[in-house]
Structure formats: C-alpha cells, structure tokens
Design a protein. Sequence first.
Length: 303
Amino acid sequence: MGRELSANEELAVKSIFQGIDVNSLYVQKNPNDIHGETIRGFKKEKPDNSDAVISHFISCTLLWLAREDAKRGKHLKKDFSEDEMQYPDNVYVAKSHLVTDHLTHLRRDTTKLRHFRSHSDELCLSLFREAVADLNIFDAPVTNPLVKEMGAESIKQPKLVEEVIVIPILRSGLAMLNPVMSTLTKSKIGFAGLERDDDTAIASEYYCKLPEITENSVIIITDPMLATGGTAAQLIRKINSGPIQPKEIRMVCVVAAPEGINALNKEFGNIKIFTAAVDSHLNGSFYIVPGLGDYGDRYFGTE
C-alpha cells in the first residue's frame, strides 16, 4: 500500500540526485554489498549505464523508506541484548580486556610504528593461544633426573596430537608471524601470496609455498583483516584441492567484517575463525569499517 512522503522524506529524496552527474558513475556488481552492487566513479572508459545508476539510487531510496516505516511501526530495535547479538558458532571473539586495550591502540591513527608493532604482537599472541587451546592432546612419556629420583623411568605428560601448519597470507599476514614463532615453536610455516584487486576485490595468486599436508594437519591461516573473505577462500580452495585433506582449517585475524565471515561460512561452513573484533561492515572500497587502516602498511612502515 502506498503512502505520502513526509516533508523531511521528500526533501531527502530530492537531495539524492542534486548535484550528481550520473554519466560519471557506473554500477559494479558486488556480492558483499547489501544491495548486491556498488556505485563507483570512472577510471578509464565510461560505459553508458546511467539508467542502471538511477535504478540503484531508487532502490537504495526505497530501502531507506522501508526502514523508516519499520522504525515507525517499531519493528526495528535500537538496542539488542547480548543474546540477540551472538556470532555464528564458529566465530570466537577474544573476551580479554587486555586484547581490547591492544586493539584500541591499533585503531588509533596516532599510534607510532614501534607501538603498533608491539600491540599487534601482544594481541596476536593471545589470539594464537586461543586458536590452539582446544586441540587434542595425548600422554607422552617424559623423563629427567628428578623423575628418576622418584624411582620412575618416565612419567606421562600431555602433548599436542595434531601437527600445526601456519600459513600467513602475504603481505599483511607476515605481521602475525613473530607471535606464531613464539607461541607455536614447532609449527611448520607456509606462505601464500594473494593480491586483491582494489576495484573488484578479487584476489590473484603470485606465490605459494606450502609444507607437506597430512591427515593429521591443523592449518591456521593468518590475515589481520578478514574483509571480503576472498583471499582466504581462494587459499582454502587450493588447500582442499590437494591430494591429502588436512584434519582442520582455522583462521586467525585481528579484525573481521560480517561480509567476510558470511562468505567463508557460506562456502565452507566449518572454518573456525578467531578474532579480536567483528566490525560493522565493508565500505564501497571493500575496507572494514571502522577498522584500523592498512595493517601491512602500518606494521611494516610503508604508509
């Protein structure tokens, strides 16, 4: 059923097209956007799709009006309980106040290079400990002079069953490598070079070197920013296409976007994701909001 626009709504709708040159814009398909597409400016050629741009604006306007109606009908809530904001079962968000404090320093654009690295390393140490906390253990025989002094040749002590393989996604994944080497000293390390196109968010592989994967391998993929999930998904597909399937694949990131989590869950469903925070959304340039900037640039000093 139709209805008349309020004065404020009419003014808002009219202002949408004011000053916009639709011929300087184009519509790009974007499955990570809530509308399925994104408005972008031209870089090279200018395809004639002004009708598609106008249609996109109209669709966004109708969605906004529907939201206004939902607010008036009190179908939308301003506040949600903790139970109503639960993440998927495979997403583990660190609860530590210390992790939260480190993340706050990382988000600040005034944090200097050496402090950014320090807070990053400390935060990632906590995340990796969480990521391996539930791995299986077995009783391994251990001996030392004091054990023998007890009159025993050896005693049984717990030891990890699985073989852990850590694969940083280059380049920013390397920022998480030092904490890995400190926490998982016996882990094998692989490297996956995947570069994301800024316009399409599609990743292309330029380097990949992985250790031997066995049925007992637990693979941990590291990438500080889980944005669209495209690079992680491409790496997971490559791992799963190998001759031997690993026992499990996990992912550790500092910040995750809902779009990236949804993309991995939709395609794989069983990937455990360990993160310090799940942020609001991706913007039109596929950056996490509020995020913390380009992690690789800030960690390696290449801003």
